[in-house]
Design a protein around this ligand. Structure first.
Ligand code: MN
Length: 260
């Protein structure tokens, strides 16, 4: 039987300085680490070097969450889009230098322009996602677009949105399934059933089915036993990253219990 690998996202300590995150990675003893390339933990050449040294000492494998704070890959502003693409490409180059397999990114958002120029945000999202995915592939990295939750203005949240995206996009783009986000649209089962062939990465955290709380796994309304069975059914053997901002250790233990 194939089993997923359990990983840990550093999102829970994004409020700590970068050196604090390094200490947390050393303490965690988890070989699959998701770095968050944003805020206090934004990647630089020097940090990539330090992280590669750490990976060599502890046998770590990294995935990278792209910059997302204030980022919108379908912004109607040409100059902002140019700046964002530049920043996101830099993140991909750093991910490549970290030997990272998967680079997780968010879809674009609606804006005031969505009413004035209908469909523009959707087209920009398709174009920028394709461009980033191709750039990542050329750097040996798999870009994987993540399902995001209500009530945010993202253009891709539901199974239907992703179906439309995959029908229209001209690149082979992978998917990150965020189980917590899918719980808010009550579509965990539908996402797993529809996109089994596209999903190369997963995020695990919990919530009350209404807000994106990033609770520890088992501290919200997700039926984890059922979810684990569905994940086993699609023979998923890649990484499931704990992306909770609390009860991190309990969440890791719980996932291990479910899959091993
Ligand atoms: Mn996520």
């Amino acid at each position: 039987m194939v089993s997923p690998k359990i990983g840990l996202s550093m999102l829970y300590c994004l409020g700590q300085p970068f050196n604090g995150a390094i200490v947390q990675i050393e303490k965690a003893g988890i070989p699959n680490i998701e770095l968050v390339d944003d805020g206090l933990h934004a990647l630089t050449g020097k940090r990539v070097q330090a992280l590669n040294d750490l990976a060599a000492s502890y046998g770590l494998k990294y995935t990278v969450h792209a910059p997302f704070i204030g980022v919108d890959i379908s912004t109607p502003s040409d100059w902002l889009l140019k700046a964002m693409i530049k920043g996101l490409k830099k993140s991909i180059v750093n991910s490549s230098a970290l030997n990272c397999q998967v680079w997780v990114f968010h879809p674009g958002s609606k804006s005031v322009m969505s009413d004035l120029s209908p469909g523009m945000d959707w087209i920009r999202n398709l174009k920028t996602a394709s461009l980033l995915s191709k750039f990542a592939r050329d750097h040996g990295v798999k870009a994987a677009i993540e399902n995001v939750p209500e009530p945010f203005l993202f253009v891709m949240k539901t199974v239907e949105d992703f179906k439309r995206f995959y029908n229209e996009v001209d690149e082979d783009i992978s998917m990150t399934l965020d189980l917590g986000h899918a719980n808010i649209s009550h579509q965990i089962e539908a996402f797993l059933a529809t996109f089994a062939g596209k999903i190369v990465h997963m995020h695990a955290h919990d919530n009350d089915g209404k807000s994106d709380l990033h609770l520890g796994t088992g501290f919200g309304t997700i039926n984890w036993e059922k979810t684990a069975d569905l994940i086993k059914k699609i023979h998923y053997d890649r990484t499931i990253v704990v992306e909770s901002s609390e009860h991190v250790q309990e969440s890791l233990n719980r996932l291990r219990q479910l899959f091993f």
